[in-house]
Every structure is written in C-alpha cells, then in structure tokens.
Ligand binder design. Structure first.
Ligand code: UGA
Length: 423
C-alpha cells in the first residue's frame, strides 16, 4: 500500500482520496478552502454524494485518510501525488490551466525524489508536458490518469470503473500507477500522455453528442407521432449503439460535459480543424433548453408574462446538489426573460438563487402556477399527490422534461401533460 497525496477536495479529489484510503492506501488530501478542510476533519462531506460521507469517516477513523490546507505538507511523504484541481472554462472556451500551474509550481520543490505526479483533472492535450516543466524536477515522473466518474454515483464509479487509462512515457512508471488500482478489476489502457488526455475529452464529447442526437430524435418523434422510449429501446439492443446514455431530457448540463465539449472544439480550432459535429451538438443542446421553455409557454396558454411557473428539480441531474450548468436553470432564465415569475423546488437546494423563489416543497412551488416544468429526475417527484397539485394550480399543465411521470396517471387528474419525444 502506498503513501498518496491528493491535491483538491472537489468531486474528483475527495472521491479519489476517500476511495483510495478505502482500498488500503495512506492518503493526505489537501484543499485551500479552510472551512472545507475543517469540516472534513470533523467527518463532514461538503457535497451530496452517495457513500462518500461514510468513506471519509471510515478513513479518518482508521487513520488512513487525513486533510490539510497545505499542499507542501501533503506531498512531503507522498510516493504518488494526484492533481485534482479544477480546470474551469475560460472566457474564450479554453480549459483554464491556472490552478494546475500554480499547484505544480508550489509542490515542485517539496516532492520526494522518484515520486510520481498523476494528473486526474481534465486537462487539454499536452498538459502532462506543462506539468513536467512547471514542476521543474527531472527526478519526478508525470502521468496522465483521467477520471471518468459521474456525479451522483462517484464512489461506485471510482471503485468499479469501466476502464483505467494511464498515459505514461515509460512502462515501469505505468506499472507503478496501475498497482495503485490493483484492488479494482477494470481493464487497463496504458498509452502515451497525449492519447490519455484525448481519451477523456473524446469520451465526454461522444456522450454529449449521443445525447444531442437522442434529444433531436425526441423532437422528431413528437412530430411524426412516434414514442422515443420505444425508439431508444429498439436502438439500445444493438451492441454497437448500447442502451446507456439514451434518455432524452431537457439538454445536457453539469460541470463537465458543456465545459469539455467547448474546450475540445477550441483545441480543434487551434490546430486548424473545424469540429462542426461538436459545434452542432452544442447548438442542438441550446435549442433543447429553448424547446423546453417554449413547451412551457405553450402549455401555460401562450404566454408566461406575469405568470407563475413552477420548476421541480433544479440540479443538473438527480442524486447531486450540483447546480452548475443545470438545464433547469437554463430553462428558468429563458422563462424569466419572457416575464415569468419562477418558483423552484429541489430536495437539495435551500439557499436563494437569482431569479428563482425557492420553495420548501413541490406543492408550495406550484401554488398559483400556470405550468410546472419537471427539470430533474428526482425519484420523490414520481410519488406526489397530483390531486393536491391540481388544486393549487391556475392552469393544470405539466412539462415533464425527464419523462419521469406516468402520463395517463397525471392526465387522470385533469392535467395537460407533455414529456420529451412522447406521443
Ligand atoms: C460526466 C461523464 O459522464 C463522466 O464520465 C465524467 O467523468 C464526468 O462528466 C467528468 O468529466 O468529470 P457528470 O457530469 O457527472 O459525468 O454527468 P452525466 O451523468 O454524464 O450527465 C450529464 C448530463 O447529461 C446531465 O445533465 C444528465 O441529466 C444528462 N443525461 C445523461 C441525459 O439527459 N440523458 C442520459 O441518458 C444521461
């Protein structure tokens, strides 16, 4: 078992730290945010993620996991250092590498000789070289090991990955990194750093394109009287297509897909390739947000100006409290621009949000509303008392952007109901 440092306690960093400690390693996880570290040292997980809080507590209890605000202290004894800092989208669409650069410059002088620095953050092609240069250490190896976990199932995905990708310049370094994951039984893809970095972007871009395709098919289904649920069922049995990631929705969001697809388009532009397919996937996604907003307007009777619109579910998907690039918020903004008063409910959101009045429960959100938009597939929304909802609303209309509800059951209560891609 190895001595590890994880820099960054966000979704990827904290999950990696807690899971690697669970797998038997000794892990020091560093984050600059003092409050976050203090909470973690008390065993409090700062994010909603199934199983993560338990693993943090387990690691603290058995002494294999600890937290610090000092990157230098974290790396002092580490054989492996995992960089898990954010690479947000810069104004021009590029991935912003400044956190990576700052951390690499800071830890360079403190690294053990022969240690291995592993980049887990999603970084543009060529970043492994940038990290090498910034560290300024010829006795330290740098490896790319992109992470593919999803929010909402991060712990499960980390412990049971579909594959582990290691981009290293030499085989012996790759073997050492692979040994870190020996207790998971995933196929290993050992390659060069540039290919590993590209695999991450290619995967997210492919998934986003798949969703834009499916959302386009859903629009077509509505026009020709077909049912997208049957269509994707029929498609998914073809093993070349696969049945995952074929659920139509309000458009794709989150902290990764939008940022990574935009960054890849940018990378392509820089090398003279116009990645029109990806530009199309992004445009189709914007149109999908708008299509959902337009549905809400139509269902409300042709205008939302001065009317209340309820939005059920605000996070970018269920089982997370993450609001970054949430389709629900995109739709809310469009409706607010058209004059709507938006009232929102989400099981994980309590604080105020600009332009949305946050309500304590789904019923309160739809009081006096002319339409409800179901934006996030929270399971609890399936089991509401729709007779009560019907009484609270001015116009009984539901736009179900996740096809979560049973249309016939909702219609029985006098609702006009529209899903995505349904007859
Ligand atoms: C995504 C990738 O799926 C992960 O493999 C990757 O590691 C991660 O980004 C990252 O780069 O860190 P995540 O952002 O957690 O994971 O979200 P997804 O589960 O991919 O969902 C993205 C969006 O697509 C959400 O808005 C979701 O609701 C939507 N979606 C997903 C659908 O509309 N339909 C589907 O069938 C699946």
């Amino acid at each position: 078992m190895a001595q590890l440092a994880v820099i960054g306690a966000g979704y990827v960093g904290l999950t990696s730290a807690a899971c690697l400690a669970h797998l038997g390693h000794h892990v020091v996880c560093a984050d600059a945010a003092e409050e976050r570290v203090a909470g973690l040292l008390r065993g409090e997980s700062p994010i909603v993620e199934q199983g993560l809080g338990e693993l943090v507590k387990e690691g603290l209890r058995n002494g294999r996991l600890t937290f610090t605000t000092s990157n230098a202290d974290a790396v002092a004894k580490a054989e492996f250092v995992l960089l898990c800092v954010p690479t947000p989208q810069a104004d021009d669409g590029r991935a912003d590498m400044s956190f990576i650069r700052v951390v690499a410059a800071e830890i360079g002088p403190h690294l053990l000789s022969e240690s291995i620095v592993i980049t887990k953050s999603t970084v543009p092609v060529g970043s492994t070289r940038v990290v090498e240069q910034t560290l300024g250490r010829v006795d330290v190896s740098v490896v790319s090991n992109p992470e593919f976990l999803r929010e909402g199932s991060a712990v499960h995905d980390f412990l049971h990955p579909d594959r582990i990708v290691i981009g290293a310049d030499d085989e012996s370094t790759a073997v050492k990194v692979a040994a870190m994951f020996s207790r998971t039984s995933a196929p290993l893809v050992v390659t060069d750093p540039a290919s590993a970095e590209t695999i991450k972007y290619a995967s997210n871009a492919f998934l986003a394109t798949k969703l834009s395709f499916v959302n386009g098919m859903a629009a077509l289904c509505e026009a020709v009287g077909a049912d997208i649920r049957q269509v994707v069922l029929g498609m998914g049995f073809d093993r070349r297509i696969g049945s995952d990631f074929l659920r139509p929705g309000p458009g794709w969001g989150g902290s990764c897909l939008p940022k990574d697809v935009t960054a890849l388009v940018h990378t392509a532009e820089e090398v003279g390739y116009d990645f029109a397919l990806l530009r199309g996937a992004i445009r189709a996604n914007e149109e999908q947000y708008q299509r959902m907003a337009d549905k809400a307007v139509r269902m409300a009777g042709g205008s939302v100006d001065g009317r209340v619109v309820a939005i059920w579910g605000l996070t970018f998907k269920a089982r997370t409290d993450d609001l970054r690039h949430s389709p629900s918020l995109e739709i809310a903004t469009r409706l607010t621009t058209m004059g709507a008063r938006v009232r929102g409910y989400d099981p994980t959101v309590r604080g105020p949000l600009p332009g949305i009045e946050i309500c304590a429960d789904p019923y309160a959100a739809c009081e006096g509303a002319s339409v409800v938009v179901l934006g996030t597939e929270w399971d609890e929304l399936r089991w509401l008392d729709f007779a009560k909802v019907a009484e609270l609303m001015v116009v009984r209309a539901i736009v179900d952007c996740r096809n979560l509800l049973e249309p016939a059951a909702v219609r029985r209560h006098g609702f006009a109901y529209e899903g995505v891609g349904l007859v």
